[in-house]
Design a protein around this ligand. Structure first.
Ligand code: CTP
Length: 400
C-alpha cells in the first residue's frame, strides 16, 4: 500500500525512539523505501545499525561524514522524499525547525525539502504545554506541516499526561491514509472481528472452535488496501495481522470481544462480524485444573451475549452491518433468519460441511443474502478474493 513510496524518517533523541524502530519496520513491510536520519541524541538511545538493518538503507546523521550514495546528502534526501516523517519529534527539534535552524542532517533536510512533513511530538507533558512549544507547533502547522497529535498516558518521566508518542501502527496509519486518500474507502472506519473465541473451563481447558481467522484477516487487509482506517478485533489466531491496521486487538472470550467491539462501534462506518463467537460459556470457571476422578462430567453452560444482534439493535441508519452464517444444514433459511433477526445489511452464508469451505481452509464457498431477498452465489474462491467481492458489495450498499 506504500509501494515504492520514499519516506525520510527523522528520528530525534527521546525515550520513544524505540517506537521509531517499529515505525520503520512497519513502513517497510507496507512496501515503502525508508531512509532514516538520526540526530546525535537519537544515537544515544538506538544505534544506526538497527535502522540500517530494518530499512535496508544507509542511515544518515553526520553532515560531514564521507558519503556512499548521495552527491550532497541532505539535499539528495530532501529531493528524494515523497514524505518526511519526524517521529519522535522532541521539543528541541520542533523549536529548531520552527525557527529555520539547520545545524544537523535532520533539520537541514527538513529545511531543504518541499515534501510534506509530518511530525509526532513526544515529550514530558509540561514541556508540551509550555507556551514556547505550543507556539512552535502552531508555527509549524500554520506553515502546512502535519501534526500527529501526541497521546495521553503514562510518560517515561514517571508522570502521566499528554505527550506520549502514539503507537507505531497509528502513526503508520496516518502516513498510509495520506498516500491512499481518494481510494474507495478513504475516510471510512471499518471494524472487523475474526477467529473463534475461547471460553475457559479451568486453567488449562477451554471451549473453542475451528475458526482460523483467515476470512476476517483477509477482510481487514482488503479494507486497508481500499484506504479505510481499520480496527481488527481477533480471537486467538496464528495468523499475522495485516499491515496498516489502525488497531489490532487480541481477545480471548466472547465477553472480551463484545467489550472491544461495543467501545468502537460508535465510530465505525462499516462492521463485519466474521468471528466465530462461542454461543455458550462455562457457568463456573474452575480455579484449579479439574481432575478426572469422576466417571462422568457434566459441564453447566450459560449463554453468551449475541454481539451482532446487539449491534443490529444499536445500528444507526448510515452504518453498514455485515454478518456471517456458518451452517451445516438449511443454509439459506437459517442465514435469512439471522439476517432479519440481527438487522444486517447483508449476510455471508457458508455451508461449512462442503470440502475446502468454512473453517480453517484457504478457500471458501459463499452466498451473499441481501435484505431484498436476493441471493448471490460465488464459486469456490480464495478467501482473499472473496474479501474483494464482499467489499464490492459493501460499496454498492454505500452508493444507495
Ligand atoms: N455472532 C455474534 N455473537 C454471538 C454469536 C454469533 O456476534 N454470540 C455473530 C457471528 O460473528 C456471525 C453471526 O453472528 O457474524 C452468526 O453467527 P453464527 O454462529 O452462524 O450464528 P448464531 O447466531 O450463533 O446462531 P446458531 O449458532 O444458532 O446457528
Amino acid at each position: 500500500m506504500l509501494d515504492g513510496k520514499k519516506i525520510v524518517l527523522g528520528v530525534t533523541g527521546g525515550i520513544a525512539v524505540y517506537k521509531a524502530v517499529e515505525i520503520a519496520s512497519r513502513l517497510r513491510k507496507l512496501g515503502a523505501d525508508v531512509h532514516v536520519i538520526m540526530t546525535r541524541a537519537a544515537k544515544e538511545f538506538v544505534t544506526e545499525l538497527t535502522f540500517r538493518e530494518i530499512t535496508g538503507n544507509p542511515v544518515s546523521s553526520d553532515m560531514f561524514a564521507p558519503v556512499a550514495h548521495y552527491n550532497v546528502e541532505h539535499i539528495a534526501l530532501a529531493n528524494l522524499a515523497d514524505v518526511m516523517l519526524i517521529a519522535p519529534a522532541t521539543a528541541n527539534v520542533i523549536a529548531k525547525i520552527a525557527h529555520g535552524v539547520a545545524d544537523d542532517m535532520l533539520t537541514t533536510t527538513a529545511l531543504a525539502t518541499v515534501a510534506p512533513i509530518f511530525f509526532a511530538p513526544s515529550m514530558n507533558s509540561n514541556m508540551l504545554s509550555n507556551v514556547a512549544t505550543q507556539e512552535n507547533i502552531k508555527t509549524l502547522t500554520s506553515r502546512g506541516l502535519h501534526l500527529i497529535e501526541p497521546a495521553s498516558g503514562h510518560l517515561a518521566c514517571g508522570t502521566s499526561g499528554k505527550g506520549r508518542l502514539p503507537e507505531p501502527c497509528e502513526i503508520v496509519s496516518v502516513i498510509d491514509s495520506f498516500f491512499n486518500e481518494g481510494k474507495s474507502l478513504s475516510g471510512k472506519n471499518v471494524l472487523v472481528t475474526a477467529a473463534g473465541t475461547r471460553e475457559p473451563i479451568d486453567p488449562v481447558r477451554y471451549i473453542g472452535n475451528r475458526s482460523s481467522g483467515r476470512m476476517g484477516y483477509a477482510l481487514a487487509g482488503e479494507a486497508v488496501s481500499r484506504g479505510a482506517s481499520v480496527v481488527l478485533v481477533s480471537g486467538p489466531s496464528s495468523l499475522e495481522a495485516p499491515e496498516g491496521l489502525k488497531e489490532f486487538i487480541k481477545v480471548e472470550t466472547a465477553g472480551e470481544m463484545r467489550a472491544a467491539v461495543m467501545s468502537r462501534f460508535r465510530d465505525a462506518d462499516i462492521v463485519i462480524k466474521a468471528a466465530a463467537v462461542a454461543d455458550y460459556r462455562a457457568k463456573v470457571i474452575a480455579e484449579n485444573k479439574i481432575k478426572k476422578n469422576a466417571e462422568e462430567w457434566t459441564l453447566s453452560l450459560e449463554k453468551n451475549p449475541d454481539i451482532l444482534k446487539e449491534l443490529g439493535e444499536k445500528k444507526r441508519g448510515n452504518q453498514i452491518l455485515v454478518g456471517f452464517a456458518a451452517e451445516t444444514q438449511n443454509l439459506i433459511e437459517n442465514a435469512k433468519a439471522k439476517l432479519e433477526k440481527k438487522n444486517l445489511d447483508f449476510i455471508v452464508a457458508n455451508d461449512v460441511t462442503k470440502p475446502n469451505a468454512g473453517f480453517n481452509t484457504e478457500t471458501n464457498l459463499i452466498k451473499i443474502l441481501s435484505r431484498d431477498g436476493g441471493v448471490e452465489e460465488f464459486p469456490l474462491m480464495k478467501k482473499s478474493d472473496l474479501a474483494k467481492k464482499i467489499f464490492e458489495r459493501i460499496e454498492k450498499v454505500m452508493e444507495k
